[in-house]
Design a protein around this ligand. Structure first.
Ligand code: SF4
Length: 688
């Protein structure tokens, strides 16, 4: 398909200081869990995006000094010359595909964890951090000069490593933002007090960077613009005034919203933030500068992107999550392949997995983070040695669909995707219908479209319940079981390590999410308890859904907070506020031990018994694998050459892991033992 001419504007080059971006797609800095601890994962991940058409790819936060040590969180370090070899591969990977390489030079200030360096965090003033509670050292003027000098040295090292864009990163109220903010900065010397004094540290740094590397590198500044008020004390007017003051030393303004304690508003989940939500604030920056501006907002729609550029508020479309979900997003727009774009669903599983010391993962894109260590490419698939075989995939949920697609792309010509349901999708038939989770439907939409494109290779068989004998007789040589999982109908849970006395989803007053969402079962009365031991989206979703149907809803959970697992996805506090505002009662620290038609009973966190009258209980205690078919086939495969299990029927996990599981098996189905993952490359520190 030729490119839609309306999108031509997205492919115009943009000059940023001494460098030129080939188009308007800019991968802003984002965490991965790689840092300089996994330098080759870092390089390959960014390199694939460069290949996919991004004009620039940036590292995550790169600490300029040992007193900005983010350990235990994975980050880039550029403390001395020995770090240069660890970052050079990323610059080279970007250049190999025509992209510029950016490095997010930063100092965390009071937010520094320093778990490795054991140095005290530094800050403009000695006020405990709002993020980690640490009391910092108030910086002396010699500290100020030293950090500025170390920043410049880090920029020079970055240039020497091949980077084209160096940051003076002040977003997330890191040190530069702390100096600007009267909340953090309560100094009475030349670096505190008046706005000009508070801006001095950052302005001096920009001038030093300009002098040192300005002829070779574009200098980018990230500034968090006030969102809905004075964010960390920096009002919109002061933010814009800073842009005017600093403009002559800045080649690219990278603008976002919120402080570190409000990261959830920057990387907003789709439940609360629709694509482009940041424009309301970041769009204001144009009033203060004619220099290129990049902004973000989980943009995946080419029409919306083009409209933003035409409006003149931004010059570049920034992306973190959309670039993870589809590293080839720019190329697909350029080639008119819009229906192949794997759109980010705004679930923040990438944050859950990539933040901390984990490893990047993505719900939509199983290859994210696996580019180096498993050698997976999001768009390329090696022909399988056994691709002449027939493969039957039983179960068409996330794992089964993904497995079938990858098998087809690996050259299998006869893949059969069978489900007992009347349509494909498995769990994704109902999860996106929970309030606020509509964008999650993209998981199914993208796979449905790709399966349609692959219809010559993949036959979809619906409304067909295959037992073990039917599978053996089907005619396929290889069988992949992907039969998923169900919510426990008896309230099995990891708190009491057993079912709940009296819980039985065959009774009118006990319901599982599937019964509500797929079977249309409803509580026999209006007083409903949602008992949520899992803490992800299902319990909260059930509660909101039934509240919308005018039920009086109480969420009981044995954990310290309702929906506690969503905290890691930057959603928890907002979600609890939202549920509270809807009139849903939130009762943490309650373990339910008995369910009866007239109510539930159990103990609170101190062991004190409680009773709560209600008409029905929604059981979101835990899911249980539907593993019977695999067990039967594993016991008695008959003439089948191989039988594998993937996804939730092995163990119920988050959607991202189910999809990964199906993808992994299909990638390795011609290995010696596909049931076990091939060893992946680990980046072990060399013992010289
Ligand atoms: Fe988007 Fe979710 Fe993937 Fe993150 S994990 S990039 S939010 S789809």
């Amino acid at each position: 398909m030729p490119r839609d001419p309306r999108h031509d504007v997205l492919f115009e080059p943009v000059q940023i200081g001494p460098r030129t971006l080939r188009n308007r797609f800019y991968q802003v800095p984002h965490c991965t869990g790689f840092g300089t601890g996994k330098p080759l994962s870092q390089a390959r991940h960014r390199g694939v995006k460069a290949e996919g058409g991004w004009a620039a790819v940036c590292t995550e936060y790169a600490a300029v000094s040992p007193d900005s040590d983010e350990a235990p969180f994975a980050h880039v370090r550029i403390w001395d010359d020995d770090d240069i070899p660890l970052i050079r591969p990323t610059a080279e990977a970007a250049h190999a595909h025509g992209a510029l390489a950016g490095i997010e030079l930063f100092h965390g200030g009071v937010h520094g964890h320093n778990a490795d360096s054991r140095l005290p965090p530094l800050a403009p003033s000695q006020i405990a951090g709002d993020y980690n509670g640490q009391v910092p050292k108030a910086m002396t003027q010699s500290d100020i000069r030293r950090v500025q000098t170390e920043w410049v040295r880090a920029a020079e090292r970055s240039r020497d490593a091949g980077f084209d864009i160096v940051y003076a990163y002040g977003g997330h109220t890191y040190l530069l933002g702390q100096f600007l903010s009267p909340y953090y900065n309560q100094r009475s010397d030349a670096y505190g007090g008046s706005f000009l004094n508070r801006a001095r540290f950052w302005l001096e740094l920009l001038e030093m960077l300009d002098d040192a590397v300005g002829e070779d590198c574009a200098i980018a500044a990230r500034l968090a613009i006030a969102a809905g008020g004075a964010d960390a004390g920096v009002s919109l007017d002061e933010g814009l005034e800073f842009v005017r003051l600093a403009d002559r030393h800045v080649d690219l303004w990278d603008v976002n919203i919120s402080s570190i304690s409000e990261w959830s508003r920057d990387s907003g989940v789709s439940r609360f933030f629709k694509a482009g939500w940041q424009l309301e604030w970041t769009g204001e920056v144009r009033r203060a500068t004619a220099k290129p501006i990049v902004g973000v907002g989980r943009l995946t729609d080419a029409d919306q992107m083009a409209a933003i550029i035409r409006s003149g508020v931004w010059d570049l479309i920034g992306a973190a999550r959309p670039s993870i979900a589809d590293p080839y997003l720019p190329r697909k727009i350029e080639e008119g392949r819009l229906d192949e774009i794997r759109e980010c669903i705004g679930c923040n599983m990438c944050v859950v997995k990539g933040d901390g010391n984990g490893h990047l993962g993505c719900t939509q894109n199983a290859t994210a983070g696996e580019e180096y260590r498993r050698g997976w490419h999001p768009e390329r698939f090696a022909p399988a040695a056994n691709r002449t075989k027939d493969v039957l995939v039983v179960g068409a949920g996330p794992a089964g669909m993904e497995c079938a697609i990858v098998l087809a792309r690996r050259g299998f010509g006869r893949v059969h995707l069978a489900t007992r349901d009347t349509e494909i999708g498995g769990i994704m038939r109902w999860v996106p219908r929970l309030p606020g989770l509509g964008e999650w439907g993209r998981v199914l939409d993208w796979r449905r479209i790709q399966l349609e494109k692959l219809r010559r290779q993949v036959e979809i068989v619906t409304a067909t319940d295959l037992d073990a004998a039917a599978v053996r007789d089907y005619g396929a040589e290889i069988v992949v079981v992907a039969t998923g999982a169900q919510w426990s109908p008896v309230g099995l849970n990891g708190i009491t390590r057993g079912p709940i006395l009296g819980a039985d989803a065959r009774l009118a007053h006990c319901l599982t999410p599937e019964q509500v969402m797929l079977d249309g079962k409803r509580p026999p009365g209006s007083r409903v308890v949602v008992y949520d031991c899992e803490g992800w989206y299902a319990g909260a979703g059930m509660a909101e859904l039934l509240r919308a149907e005018r039920c009086e809803v109480t969420i009981l959970t044995p954990h310290e907070r309702v929906a506690h697992e969503t905290d890691a996805a930057l959603e928890g506090p907002m979600l609890r506020q939202h549920l509270h505002d809807l009139g849903i009662r939130l009762r943490p620290g309650r373990t339910v031990t008995t369910v009866a038609p007239e109510g539930v009973s159990g103990t609170d966190e101190f062991g004190v018994p409680f009773e709560l009258a209600c008409d029905a209980v929604i059981l979101t205690t835990q899911r249980v694998s539907d593993g019977a078919l695999f067990a039967a086939l594993d016991d008695e495969p008959g003439t089948l050459e191989a039988v594998y299990a993937v996804g939730d029927c092995v163990a119920p996990r988050v959607i991202a892991d189910a999809i990964f599981d199906g993808h992994r098996l299909a990638r390795e189905i011609d290995a010696a033992d596909p049931a076990r993952p091939l060893p992946w490359r680990r980046e072990r520190a060399a013992l010289a």
